[in-house]
Design a protein around this ligand. Structure first.
Ligand SMILES: NC(=O)c1ccc[n+]([C@@H]2O[C@H](COP(=O)([O-])OP(=O)(O)OC[C@H]3O[C@@H](n4cnc5c(N)ncnc54)[C@H](OP(=O)(O)O)[C@@H]3O)[C@@H](O)[C@H]2O)c1
Length: 251
């Protein structure tokens, strides 16, 4: 169960850290499906591999990384149910599922008494499709967390940009950041959390101080006026989705 090769290398050190001290961390992992690798048995064996690498008996959240063309999304439900019923995952989710796919798998899981906990999708001030394609609405309706990946646009909201739209957002974020003695990325994360209680951003941290700064973003909230100003600035962004699209995201 490794979304990326990198994670195979990281799983053991993460497991070592978890065992080293009194730290409570929520551990999520993704099952990477591809044609011929979609069955419940393959999902469970991938989950077992992840648990072994992490040195854990259970993880908090087990995702299916994305839907596949020609494979019924319901087909993944059985494996996810088994992950929970076996005690190897506390909760289950999906990633890159559209609203219809989400509803269908949530329905199948519910029949087995397992709630769909999360749908992880690309969502940031530079990429707001989730608000218009029905995913955010479905998350609200089904009470599913919208886990926002690329919440700072894969770093584009943390550094100067040549794009006019991104510049406008960055200028607005910088003004508000100054008022809160915060960083631009902290304001961007705060906006996502203020947007809806179902949104949980998962910023990537490549440096220890990123992790601390991202954590500090939880300590304060935007005012309504600030929220609206960012909302308006972001609405002018030419949706720069193409550059960061990966083929599987729009199946
Ligand atoms: N489900 C999926 O299909 C999927 C796809 C892609 C990603 N994801 C997940 O999404 C998460 C985030 O992805 P991501 O890391 O590419 O995107 P991101 O969180 O939007 O961007 C992270 C980048 O922003 C910069 N950054 C983060 N925190 C910062 C801070 N406090 N101050 C300054 N700069 C900061 C760093 O850039 P520098 O390194 O340049 O400093 C970091 O690499 C990951 O957990 C990833 O696994 C999921």
């Amino acid at each position: 169960m490794a979304s990326f090769v990198l994670f195979l290398h990281l799983a053991r050190p993460v497991g070592d850290c978890l065992r080293a001290g009194p730290m409570r961390a929520a551990i999520a992992s993704k099952f990477l499906p591809f044609p011929g690798r979609t069955s419940p048995r393959r999902l469970m064996s991938a989950l077992d591999g992840s648990l072994a690498r992490l040195g854990l008996k259970t993880i908090d959240l087990c995702y299916v990384h994305y839907p596949l063309p020609l494979i019924d999304v319901e087909g993944f439900a059985e494996g996810l149910v088994e992950a929970v019923k076996s005690g190897k995952a506390r909760a289950v989710g999906v990633a890159n599922f559209n609203a219809d796919q989400m509803r269908r798998i949530a329905d199948h899981l519910a029949r087995a008494g397992v709630p769909l906990a999360a749908n992880q999708v690309n969502y940031s001030l530079l990429r707001r499709e989730a608000e218009t394609n029905g995913v955010l609405a479905a998350c609200r309706e089904l009470d599913v967390a919208l886990v926002a990946y690329f919440p700072v646009g894969s770093g584009r909201l943390t550094r100067p940009s040549d794009s006019l739209g991104t510049k406008a957002v960055l200028t607005c974020l910088a003004d508000i950041a100054r008022a809160h003695d915060a960083s631009i990325s902290q304001v961007a994360l705060n906006w996502l959390m203020a947007r809806d209680g179902h949104v949980i951003p998962i910023p990537g941290a490549t440096k220890p101080h990123h992790a601390m700064a991202n954590l500090d973003a939880l300590a304060w909230r935007l005012s309504e006026t600030e929220f609206d100003a960012i909302d308006r600035a972001s609405a002018t962004v030419e949706q720069e989705s193409g550059a960061h699209r990966t083929p599987h995201l729009h199946l």
